[in-house]
Design a binder for this molecule. Structure first.
Ligand SMILES: C[S@@+](CC[C@H](N)C(=O)[O-])C[C@H]1O[C@@H](n2cnc3c(N)ncnc32)[C@H](O)[C@@H]1O
Length: 222
């Protein structure tokens, strides 16, 4: 999610993470409809760096919105690489379809429409999906379901692959002793449990990168 950028974020974005006209168009469109809940360009570049560092070829993204993060990631994939992105909101799906159709990496993207909780088991059962090892899962959808998505990622991401999740600071609520006003206790509990699971050094080499929203990055060790 992109909040009002800090001077540091602004500096990183201007120097390292310039948007082309397609990304800028999506960013402006989302701002104009008060749906500015996508990652920032600095985080897009960070995802690209992770993809390059771990030689990631296959990604499942949970939470497409208008395809902003999908495009950043697809652009870092090598030829033959692929990202499957999941979304349930018809309005978001329409925006993402439009974004992808204008991009030079549309052949690397598949969008699945529906609730991720229903789509993921179907994806697991798909014989084509089973043929290729899954290198990375990027979680950026409903916060209440993060542990459910982590269960799925733990089963499907290959050993040495990446699990990445956005908003794991839960808007500054996650380190508080009790859920602050406006944050549902169940969501607060779920996010704390999610972070505790990824912090388990027996199973992950991991941390939360201190972006504005908190970006969890974990190499799966099992
Ligand atoms: C924060 S936005 C994703 C932003 C996007 N990753 C980006 O940075 O450009 C979250 C998206 O997840 C979708 N979403 C939320 N819960 C979902 C679910 N259970 N199944 C599928 N999509 C879901 C929402 O419709 C929304 O488009």
């Amino acid at each position: 999610m992109s909040r009002q950028p800090t001077p540091a974020t602004h500096y990183i974005r201007s120097l390292y993470a310039a948007q082309d006209s397609l990304l800028e168009g999506i960013d402006n469109r989302l701002k104009s409809i008060n749906m500015d809940i996508h990652i920032g360009a600095d985080e897009g570049k960070l995802l690209q760096l992770l993809i390059a560092l771990r030689e990631i070829r296959t990604i499942v993204e949970i939470g497409t919105l208008a395809g902003y993060s999908t495009l950043w990631m697809a652009r870092a994939l090598p030829e033959g690489g692929h990202i499957t992105t999941l979304n349930k909101e018809p309005q978001h799906i329409a925006m993402a379809r439009e974004s992808f159709s204008k991009s030079e990496v549309k052949h690397k993207i598949t969008m699945l429409e529906g609730d991720a909780r229903e789509l993921l088991p179907r994806l697991s059962a798909n014989p084509d999906f089973k043929k290729t090892p899954l290198d990375m899962v990027f979680i950026d959808a409903d916060k209440i379901s993060y542990n459910h998505y982590l269960d799925w990622a733990e089963t499907h991401v290959r050993k040495g692959g990446l699990i990445v999740a956005d908003n794991t600071f839960l808007f500054g609520a996650v380190w508080q002793d009790s859920p602050p006003e406006g944050v549902a206790p169940t969501t607060w509990k779920e996010m704390r449990r999610f972070n505790e699971r990824l912090a388990d050094a027996k199973h992950y080499m991991s941390t939360i990168l201190p972006t504005q929203e908190g970006l969890s990055v974990a190499i799966k060790l099992f």
